[in-house]
Write a protein that binds this ligand. Structure first.
Ligand code: G4P
Ligand code: NA
Ligand code: NA
Length: 194
């Protein structure tokens, strides 16, 4: 997606060969106009899949998931990272290990909001090692729902997450795919035919 790639080139900051900082429009300050375009793009790509729910993970997945839900006219559920006193005991839970933070988080979704009739689109801001996506997939499986695909804003294609998910036969749509962050430069994956 050209708009997102331009934003990354202009306002992203390469922190290291593996980390891209996008606090100016995704992770701290949010660009709602960009998020609206992102929502429309995902809605276009996944229209016709009969999506009934969008599932993301707090906190940075919520803004793009919300806009996608608006364009697809379906509810958005965000998995919580810790048990909340106001969630009841009927929870699907999964363990998500973060290589970046070197810690594990339990994520949880109430049984009330996903069931076996649902066709779920998983959405998240980054795809790195794929642990967050696998945790969300595990929740979809526990609900007996169908996973129709995964939408990602920024895929770090030099990490293994995307390949692992696609090897499972899952449709993964990433709006920006980064081949490398070496030497302080963002190099996007070349598009075939572009
Ligand atoms: P994984 O889920 O693909 O395995 O990724 P990883 O454990 O490496 O990611 C842990 C957290 O760091 C996630 O956010 C993820 O979105 C974020 N992340 C991963 N790589 C990058 C990067 O290059 N740049 C930025 N800005 N973030 C990255 P989180 O802990 O769930 O936090 P939140 O922002 O959603 O609250
Ligand atoms: Na995230
Ligand atoms: Na994040």
């Amino acid at each position: 997606m050209e708009l997102l790639e331009r934003k990354i080139r202009e306002e992203g900051r390469v922190l290291s060969a593996s980390v891209l900082k996008v606090d100016a429009f995704i992770n701290h300050q949010i660009d709602p106009v960009l998020m609206d375009s992102i929502g429309r793009e995902f809605a276009d790509r996944f229209s016709g899949e009969g999506i009934t729910k969008i599932l993301t993970l707090e906190s940075s997945g919520i803004a793009p998931a919300q806009m996608t839900g608006l364009h697809l006219q379906v509810p958005v559920i965000f998995a919580r990272k810790r048990r909340s006193l106001t969630l009841n005991d009927q929870l699907y839970t999964s363990e998500v290990y973060s290589f970046t933070k070197e810690q594990s988080n339990e994520i949880a979704v109430s049984h009330d909001f996903i069931n076996a009739d649902d066709h779920v689109l998983i959405l998240d801001d980054f795809l790195a090692n794929g642990q967050a996506a696998l945790g969300l997939l595990h929740i979809v499986e526990q609900a007996g729902a169908s996973l129709e695909g995964i939408g990602i804003l920024i895929e770090k294609a030099f990490q293994e997450g995307g390949e692992g998910l696609r090897n499972r036969g899952i449709r993964v749509e990433s709006l920006a795919r980064i081949a490398s962050l070496e030497n302080g430069r963002v190099q996007f994956v070349e598009k075939v035919g572009a």
